[in-house]
Ligand binder design. Structure first.
Ligand SMILES: [Mg+2]
Length: 501
């Protein structure tokens, strides 16, 4: 009875949810068939403050100076939030960062901090007869928020090198040195030490996280943790987020049946590797016996399925990494997937704030369509009058010919006015489109769209994730027996008014 009440209450709440509190569906998903739920930690359970990007950026620059001997001037570089966004691709050879649409067309490209013109982009990325395929080691994909400081540092360094040494033929070595620097600060513990010393400033705490996990457990789901982070760091972050939050769970470990750390995803889904039980963490601290029986390091997905006694579609995995978490778990194991995209909240708030401007844009596009039609009619009229004048020249009187010339001239005059109106409307539409895109990101525009098409990231989210949302805590608003259904497919005529950015 209580469960039924809970269901009705939450289902009723759903219609009142803000767009950024909702869960969006790409594939039908019956949550009551899911028995086990797995969770990634970083950027899934744990939401980091954006200043973590600046910290990684600053520490990596120090590495570049001390290990690779770069000029100390680079220590003054300021980190620019939003300087790059998720979903972009780093072209390591050419020193560029590019945004691709769903057809792999390069819509925006920066060489260092300089935006390339359309012609410059075309020379590099649109060779006649070849479709551009950014595959292989030359490219690095920005698939998680952890990649952003590295990519932004690459852009800043490319500009710095161009200004101080002149343009290079190949920036691969720079990309590799930056990669090594980032790897070093992750591996030597300097980044994590800073987080540990200031956990309240770097890890955003939400009381709703514990409630959401409790909501799943109360709904009969068994939970497991599957993270690439080490045990000591996982312990630090999840103690901050979950321990002593609810009276039913003293320790964060109490929420989970199995805890897998240092899992090396995507390898975890691809390669049969031993899953090791651990009793001591990476810093040599003993893990309590009450907990250590369920803590493992590394391994392979089949082992976790064996341990929990469930497999395939009965398992749902929550993660933020397009490939490492979402694609591979779905493709290899047939697990259902939920993708957490933090940036979705800001994107949806921007869309919400654009309602009036979108209506204006839609109206202007309608005007443009009418103008194009009218222009076409006058072009046809002028053509037909000219053709008639030539064909019937010998049969027409002088007066009739003069009248015809007057009609042609009048139509040409109207046509010229229409052309002016059309170019003004095109300009107004373009300005408004640019204004709308700037609200998303002045350099890169909307995360999920590229002009009028989907961006590479938008395409991947739609292809790979069964459901997606901006925060794991949004699942708290939905019943644990929820049937997530896709909206019915719309035909072109049904989407006539959906020209929103
Ligand atoms: Mg993650």
């Amino acid at each position: 009875m209580i469960q039924r009440y809970e269901y009705v209450k939450r289902a009723a709440q759903e219609s009142e949810l803000k767009p950024w509190q909702r869960v969006y569906t790409n594939r039908n998903l019956k949550l009551d068939t899911v028995t086990h739920m797995g969770f990634d930690m970083d950027h899934t359970l744990a939401v980091y403050h954006e200043k973590l990007e600046k910290l990684a950026f600053d520490l990596s620059i120090k590495e570049l100076v001390s290990k690779f001997g770069y000029d100390q001037k680079i220590l003054d570089f300021e980190y620019e939030y939003g300087g790059v966004i998720r979903g972009l691709v780093v072209d390591k050879v050419r020193g560029n960062v590019i945004k691709l649409d769903t057809h792999k067309y390069v819509e925006i490209a920066y060489h260092g901090e300089k935006r390339l013109t359309r012609d410059e982009r075309k020379v590099i990325y649109a060779k006649p007869g070849e479709s551009y395929r950014p595959d292989g080691d030359e490219y690095r994909y920005l698939d998680t928020l952890f990649c952003l400081p590295e990519a932004y540092l690459f852009l800043r360094m490319v500009s710095f090198i161009d200004e101080t040494e002149g343009q290079r033929e190949d920036y691969t070595q720079l990309a590799s040195e930056i990669r090594t620097s980032i790897d070093t600060i992750h591996r030597n513990g300097s980044l994590k030490k800073e987080i540990a010393d200031n956990i309240n400033s770097y890890v955003n705490k939400s009381a709703q996280l514990a409630k959401t996990l409790h909501h799943f457990i109360q709904g009969g789901k068994k939970l497991f943790l599957l993270t690439n982070s080490e045990y000591y760091f996982t312990d630090l972050v999840l103690t901050h987020l979950l321990s002593n939050e609810l009276s039913e769970y003293t320790r964060w470990q109490d929420y989970f049946e199995i805890i897998v750390v240092s899992s090396r995803k995507p390898g975890f889904f691809l390669k049969d590797t031993e899953m090791e039980s651990i009793k001591v963490d990476e810093l040599g601290v003993k893990i309590s016996k009450d907990v250590s029986y369920k803590v493992f390091r590394g391994g392979y997905y089949a082992k976790i399925e064996e341990l929990i006694g469930s497999s395939g579609e009965n398992i749902m995995y929550f993660g933020d990494h397009t490939f490492g978490d979402i694609l591979k778990s779905k493709q290899t194991c047939g697990w259902r997937t939920a993708m957490i995209i933090e940036e979705l909240e800001k994107e949806l708030k921007t869309i919400d704030s654009h309602k009036d401007k979108n209506a204006k844009l839609s109206g202007m596009r309608g005007e443009l369509y009418d103008l194009q039609e009218e222009l076409h009619l006058y072009e046809e009229k002028i053509h037909s009058l000219r053709d008639r004048k030539i064909d019937c020249f010998d049969d027409l009187t002088k007066k009739e010919l003069e009248n015809m010339d007057i009609k042609i001239s009048e139509s040409q005059c109207i046509l010229s006015q229409l052309e002016i109106q059309l170019s003004e409307t095109v300009w107004k539409i373009k300005s408004l489109e640019e204004e709308l895109l700037e609200d998303y990101n002045p350099k890169w525009g909307c995360l999920f769209k590229s002009s009028r098409r989907k961006s590479r990231l938008g395409d991947q989210v739609e292809d790979f994730a069964c459901v997606y949302t901006s925060s794991i805590t949004n699942f708290y608003y939905y019943p644990t027996t929820k049937y997530y259904r896709i909206s019915r497919d719309l035909m072109a005529h049904e989407r006539y008014d959906s020209n929103s950015y």
